[in-house]
Write a new protein. Structure first.
Length: 216
């Protein structure tokens, strides 16, 4: 069911989004992406003529290969949904799944049994510097912590100072920035990362209202 924007169950005292406990509490992983939130990978999880007769994961891999990305070797996926991308990709490549939801990790293991999973936070990747040749994070950025406009947050100030950037209009996607920083740390020389999320590049971040939890 859609929720009110003012819903406070997944917010800190300063209004920031805090979905860590919400992810830990996911129970019915088999139906979560049907009933609560969906993803492009889930909608197109079955082979479809619009994707050349293959599921989304296989099509995505083929298109990224065409662009010269290193998609045929080991990969780290951050936030893996119910494992459909890993299932359609991993049989031909070593695949490590990282997720904050124990229930989703179990579901992913069932769907993609050739892969390995780790319970961890996207903004604190438990891997060595310069060790990941390819990283994929599909529709995860909005789930990470965001700080409301006008809040004086030390971490936000530090990022803005490092980048020489002005404060954003609207929300500050702090968790997304932290994930990108972690990606830069762990990527191997010559490696590549693909991070996707809904939104418009030239519009200010906004809170989604069609979900039962706050994504920005």
């Amino acid at each position: 069911q859609p929720r009110a924007v003012g819903h406070a169950a997944e917010r800190g005292d300063d209004g920031r989004t805090t979905l860590g406990d919400w992810h830990h509490a996911i129970g019915d992983a088999a139906t979560h992406f049907d009933r609560v939130e969906t993803t492009i990978a889930h909608v197109w999880a079955r082979p479809h003529p619009a994707l050349g007769g293959v599921p989304y994961g296989a099509r995505l891999r083929a298109r990224l290969r065409e662009r010269g990305l290193p998609v045929d070797g080991p990969a780290l996926e951050v936030g893996c949904g119910d494992g459909e991308l890993a299932r359609d990709w991993a049989p031909e490549a070593p695949w490590l799944r990282l997720d904050l939801s124990p229930a989703l990790l179990r579901r992913q293991a069932e769907v993609a049994p050739t892969t390995a999973g780790v319970l961890a936070d996207a903004v604190h990747l438990p891997v060595r510097d310069g060790s990941v040749p390819f990283l994929l994070s599909n529709e995860v950025l909005a789930d990470l912590t965001s700080v409301p406009a006008g809040r004086d947050d030390p971490a936000v100030r530090a990022f803005l100072a490092e980048l020489g950037a002005e404060a954003p209009q609207g929300w500050a996607n702090l968790g997304a920035w932290q994930l990108v920083a972690e990606v830069a740390r762990v990527l191997a020389p010559g490696g590549a990362a693909v991070l996707t999320e809904f939104g418009a590049p030239d519009e200010a971040p906004a809170e989604a209202v069609q979900l039962d939890h706050p994504e920005v």
